[in-house]
Write a new protein. Sequence first.
Length: 343
Amino acid sequence: MKKRYRAVALALLLTMTVGMTAGCGASSSENAKKIIRIGHNQSTNHPTHIALLAFEEFIEEELGDKYDVEVFPSELLGSQNEMVQLTQTGAIDFCVASNSLLETFSDNYTLFNLPYLFASSEAYHVAMDDENITGPIFESTKQAGFEAVTWLDAGTRNFYTVDTAIETPDDLKGMKIRVQQSPTNVEMMDRLGGSATPMGFGDVYTSLQSKIIDGAENNELALTDNGHGDVCKYYSYDMHQMIPDILIGSNTFVDGLDSEERAVFEEGFELVNQVQREEWVDAVAEAKERAENEQGVTFLYPDTEPFREICLPMHDSMLEKYPDLEPIYEAIQAYNEEYPSEE
């Protein structure tokens, strides 16, 4: 059913895009509104969707005579990779993409994908709020047709499995684990001894259910919002990554805003970040309680140091390959010293 809705939405989008191209004379009418299309892969209960609805309300309050914002959840406009490509071409105006996926469009995003890059959630948040850190990375996809306009908290990524508890790296050996579609994530999984299985997020549930894969890695909301806790009964806090989601905007749209409109949109982007992060805290607490009490998920707290030691050589390899990222990496390390892990 979901694929059917996706196909319908994509067909409608294509029709609208063609119609806009063919009828560009109508778009110059004083009363015509530009429809802003935003796609993401989460449910309507997710903090990301709630934040984008706040953005929709804000933009329409401030610029409702010019813009009509439409938010498409649950991969209705395609997978993340498909939505990024649509944003590149200007067929849609914004979408939310994982930082891991953006690594395939700009090497700079490799930095944020490194396992154990951040020492704590506090270090992660202050680093991502520092424009000296994020700016060079967010702007690095301009040549690809889009730019990052804000970041979203996606929590801490941990392993969860169908029927095997992960308490040491040895427990991962031979297990097929879904990872995001990024070279860094594949390398991380290989180093930890598992068999990396990259795939789109929308395919994970059925792959777990049919045991095509033995587990996956994500935050707690994947258990409840996406039903993975109905299948996977062990969730292990190895804390291997803190990877942001990124709201990206098409150059076609963003560069076409005048200075006054851009100021309003910048305020809207800040609102997305603020609302999403506030909603995230409550959503994680609720997801964990529901997963434990309703889905029967067991939460495990292994020693993270053995996992970290295996992955740390990836830091040196990345810096050797991308030396221009070293100043940003060192700035993050300074925040790690200021906000160390509480463990």
